[in-house]
Ligand binder design. Structure first.
Ligand code: GLN
Length: 547
């Protein structure tokens, strides 16, 4: 079978859920037996989102091979079996960087280097890099909204792409908005018509429209949109608001999206088997119990900054047949108000990853409260470092901090390791002190060995695990013995025993900090063991009054 390509563009306005739509198409096609990969093309100039503020752009998602990528790749991994890597996310910056590097090397000798064809060819090569033997279909999501200046080269590239790989192998799916005007009780199709007109002006006739709308589209509305946009009525798919994103593949099937894709790409496939998604949705909608978790963070104004984390909590809930209520606690508030006020009604406390000194003392207060009040605690990356600082200060009596927050502190229990053995490369490497990320950050998947008698081992049920990292600082082994003798034990280390990856408090219902980010590997159909165990412990220790 020829490789098939589905391009997903967005119109009218941003934030309609293009990433979820692309991922859900992936899930739907996998349910019909196809092997699917997904790619995101982002129109901004940063080479990758690693340097972007999560407050503006949402979470930075980390892949196994250590790339800092767009959060949509998280949706791709949660909805499908794809394992994303460097080939799954390109930005305008990276495309230009490649072209300019080639120009400097003399690859275009004699030619004027231009957007068309040089940039557009580079984009087409980027798309081709996602084609691997093991996949039948490549779903490519174009970031931004049609009509933006920035996305033009991408749209031109995907327009040409169809000529390269054959008409029957390419599908253009366009996501738009059909607003519901309450006062008139009417759905409005005009924004969709305009958006499609704009796409057609640059030479792309969409094959399928996904119409985001508050309520289902009537036959009349579909007919009207189809007529104005040059489509069959069956190619106008309603994408109605649903209560959980994991319902989207089911909804798409009920709208006949899979049949349309099959027909247009000349495929002959079995019926989609969506049983796993039906089970997930049932567990989310009709849980037997509930629990309340506080996320103590800095960027709580923008929920997308913690996308994988909140999803992983939902997955932990699925594994326990429980709804997880999230209480967002601004760590700076904990510096002014008592935890007895802010954290008294929660069943579990989670301190997520983060950078910079703001709100650090509030996070330390949260970790202390969890330890002393015996509330289940999950510390992720910075959250693990916080637990170590708190324990060093309040149990061991050390004047302790992380080198990140106080380079002059007496006891740097978390510090910058200058030389380390990198298990991924098999080499001794330097980790420079400057704050620019290149080379200094431990990024991507690293192996970790678990101690048999530990909460971690209980959760994973295996000794060797692999998890993704994104941090600069490490646990300082100089303090390991002292901390362990007082009750904060190390239960996960790198294979050479040098890097501390997990710490736990033994005399506590459930208190665990990990140097890695387990949330990046959690899926609704495969909840992450640590989130499953954390939620289980929180249910057991329930104090909240939410019902
Ligand atoms: N700021 C800490 C470090 O660089 C933790 C990073 C994180 O939580 N991702 O080590």
């Amino acid at each position: 079978m020829d490789k098939k390509f589905i391009f997903v563009t967005g119109g009218v306005l941003s934030g309609l859920g293009k990433g979820i739509a692309a991922a859900a198409i992936g899930a739907l096609l996998e349910a019909k037996g196809l092997r699917v990969t997904l790619q995101k093309l982002d129109p901004y100039i940063n080479i990758d989102p690693g340097t972007l503020s999560p407050f503006e752009h949402g979470e930075v998602y980390v892949t196994d091979d250590g790339c800092e990528t767009d959060l949509d790749l998280g949706h791709y991994e949660r909805f499908t079996h794809v394992k994303t890597c460097i080939d799954n996310n390109y930005t305008t910056g990276r495309i230009y960087h490649n072209v300019i590097s080639k120009e400097r090397k003399g690859d275009y000798l004699g030619n004027t280097v231009q957007v068309v064809p040089h940039i557009t060819d580079e984009i087409k090569d980027a798309i081709k890099s996602a084609i691997k033997d093991e996949y039948d279909v490549v779903i490519v999501e174009i970031g931004g909204t049609v009509g933006d200046i920035e996305s033009l080269p991408f749209l031109e590239a995907i327009r040409r792409f169809r000529y390269d790989v054959g008409r029957g192998n390419v599908l253009y799916v366009h996501l738009t908005l059909v607003p519901y005007i309450k006062a008139a009780g009417e759905l409005k199709s005009k924004p969709t018509q305009h958006s499609v007109k704009e796409l057609r002006e640059i030479g792309i006739q969409p094959d399928i429209l996904l119409c985001r709308s508050e309520i289902p589209l009537s036959k009349d509305v579909k007919r009207k949109i189809a007529m104005h946009c040059n489509l069959d009525e069956d190619a106008v798919i309603a994408a109605v608001d649903v209560s959980t994103v994991y319902e989207v593949p089911i909804w798409f099937r009920s709208e006949g999206l899979d049949k349309q894709i099959e027909k247009m790409l000349n495929l002959n496939l079995p019926e989609a088997d969506l049983q796993i998604w039906e089970d997930v949705v049932r567990k989310i909608k009709l849980p037997k119990q509930d629990t309340t978790i506080a996320i103590v963070g800095k960027y709580i104004g923008l929920k997308d900054a913690y996308k994988s984390l909140t999803e992983a909590l939902i997955h932990g809930g699925i594994a326990n047949d429980a709804r997880v209520n999230i209480v967002w606690v601004d760590s700076e508030d904990l510096e002014k108000k008592s935890p007895d006020i802010l954290l008294s009604e929660v069943d579990g406390i989670l301190v997520p990853g983060g950078f910079g000194i703001r709100g650090i003392e509030g996070k330390i207060t949260a970790a202390r409260y969890a330890r002393e009040k015996r509330i289940p605690y999950l510390g992720i990356c910075l959250g693990m470092q916080i637990a170590v600082i708190e324990f060093s200060r309040n149990v061991c009596g050390l004047n302790a901090n992380s080198e990140e927050f106080d380079p002059e502190i007496e006891h740097k229990v978390i510090y910058l390791m200058e030389r380390w053995y990198n298990h991924r490369t098999g080499k001794i490497e330097e980790r420079a002190k400057d704050s620019h990320k290149g080379g200094t950050m431990r990024l991507g998947a690293y192996p970790c060995v678990l101690s048999e008698r530990s909460r971690a081992f209980e959760a994973y049920q295996t000794q060797l695990i692999s998890e993704r990292h994104r941090h600069r600082y490490e646990f300082n082994n100089h303090y390991r013995q002292m901390l362990e003798s007082k009750g904060l034990v190390v239960t996960g280390v790198s294979p050479d025993g040098e890097l501390v990856e997990i710490v736990e408090i033994k005399e506590h219902p459930w208190f665990l900090g990990c140097q890695f980010h387990p949330e990046f590997k959690s899926k609704p159909i495969q909840p992450h063991p640590l989130f499953k165990a954390f939620i289980e412990a929180s249910i057991k220790e329930k104090r909240s009054l939410f019902r």
